[in-house]
Design a binder for this molecule. Sequence first.
Ligand code: PBG
Length: 307
Amino acid sequence: MRRLVAETRLHPAELILPLFVREGISEPRPISSMPGVVQHTRETLRKAVVEAAEAGLGGVMLFGVPAVQDATGSEGTNPDGILQQAIRDTVAEVGDQLVVMSDLCLDEYTDHGHCGVLAADGSVDNDATLERYAEMARVQADAGVHLVGPSGMMDGQIGVVRRALDEAGHQQVGILAYTAKYASAFYGPFREAVGSSLRGDRKSYQQDPANARESLRELELDLAEGADLVMVKPAMAYLDILRQVADASPVPVAAYQVSGEYAMVEAAAANGWIDRDRMILETLTSIRRAGAEQILTYWAMDAVRML
Ligand code: PBG
């Protein structure tokens, strides 16, 4: 009876698996704060994306971890940089079976760990960063990505990326906009995952957890600038935001169950304090119920096994 009347169902095709690929390693490296998640080599990434396709996932979101970081995040726009290689590998393996997405942001590539380039006074320079994002969009699209995911929360980023793609002949490449992205402690383990040490904080460009209305304004702007999908992040502590955005959005709404959400459950489960599998399905179901139609989750493969 419960199955018959369930209002919310999870399906593998709406799950997106985030994957990390690191340059210059010969064995995958575990991420200690995210047990079960690794930094892949190019070879193990190939295997992981094939498994993701076989499991029927809707997509993968690729994050590159370069060997060298610098002030402007040069590797992010290197046509042969690790992310661009990973995109090419993934498209070659499974590009006809799932949606290949890539993180479009500089924090993995900068030595100061910010999502953009810095002005002389040390603050993040919004408009100089947009020029870097335009270039990143071009190289990622040249590598064959299907959807770029601008996650840096610079003002005007969706419009700039859309124009850059169109001008380079990549009209068919879509944009998954990180629309409502909060300055959150839940991203803690992600720092380890991408080898980033952040100087300062992201409060000058990510949203204040105290505020909801701003998310609807961000939604309006991203839609006007050309977003194809919009996203709320983190997920579980922001289900109210997700509901408001889902009610207002004419395009699909995704949510990102982030590294800290994963780490909390894994840590409690490792202590025997909670039932891990039930927790995974309950959190995903709740995110879905709150209005997300696609979910980025490090548990995508676990979830499919349980479903
Ligand atoms: C920015 C980016 C971050 C995450 C995804 N893209 C970090 C941040 O904004 O500080 C976090 C994802 C997670 O915590 O799982 N490139």
